[in-house]
Design a protein around this ligand. Sequence first.
Ligand code: OGA
Ligand code: NI
Length: 335
Amino acid sequence: MPTTPTNLIDFLVNQANGVKARLDKCKIIPQDSEQSIPIIDFTNWEDIQVQDSIFSAATKWGFFQIVNHGIPINAVDDLKASVHKFFELPVEEKKSLKENSPPDVVRLATSFSPHAESVLEWKDHLHLVYTSEEKIHAYWPPVCKDQALEYMKYAEAFIRKLLKVLLKKLNVKELGREREHALMDTMSLGFVYYPACPAPELVSGVSPHSDITSITVLLQDDIGGLYVRGKDSDGWINVPPVNGALVVNIGDVLQIMSNECYKSIEHRVVANRNKTRISMPIFVNPAPDAIIGPLSKTLKNGDEPLYKQVVYSDYFNHFFSKAHDGKKTIEFAKI
Ligand code: OGA
Ligand code: NI
């Protein structure tokens, strides 16, 4: 599909594709076992078979769901309830929060890059940066602070285990301080709110994009609407809500660091005509000053690096300077 609202007119009018081609390109692939993203049980995460299935999912799909990840169900349920509570606060209260929050701790926003978009995305979102206890206690909103903190405590433990597995498969034995800087220095918990939308075919919940994270770990409610780009095809595959599961996707940073062994797959969200949907992604990001490039250990057997070394903050600023545009961001780092 034309990947950004900004180039929608170009796609429809100047390139003479027309609205019919736009609809054809949004087609959703009927679900079958060949075309479903894997669901992996994380209980015995140190077992070779489990690690192999994670590796295979990260290389073939770039997207997978994890069950038995160690986050208790009541922490998950409490988090979801607090997300609804937050967005149902009076507008004045949210306005005041937006005006009085330091952006390195709390950010409340609508759409993705409103200044760069010709059509806004149908979502409001709150970002809670998982920073020092002091800042968290001073600025995270009281309606959701305890629930978000409790959830993040468990989620962080899961994320460390998962990154350990993904790195081990790239022949990196230890996470170590330097790798931590380049992979998981900054984590933020997003609360994304997609209100029921009277004309879901006219707007995107989230337009097609790949994440600029190392990994993203997302909890979705039971409404559905997340789609990933099908393998070898133009269509879109549903990521069905699975009760209690986390949806994990590889971001651009790990695609670059693994020299494309792991894939950062395009995805999008379709708004729902009748129901409000919420999702809670954790964006796991490098430090702003971290240098990102293919790891030397991934360049065995004389493989040429496909990416140059880039400063993560440059990559980040490039991503947010434009509307969502499919997989185009990663060209910024291509050799
Ligand atoms: C994102 C995203 C998906 C969802 O925020 O990057 O892709 O289901 N969200 O909300
Ligand atoms: Ni995303």
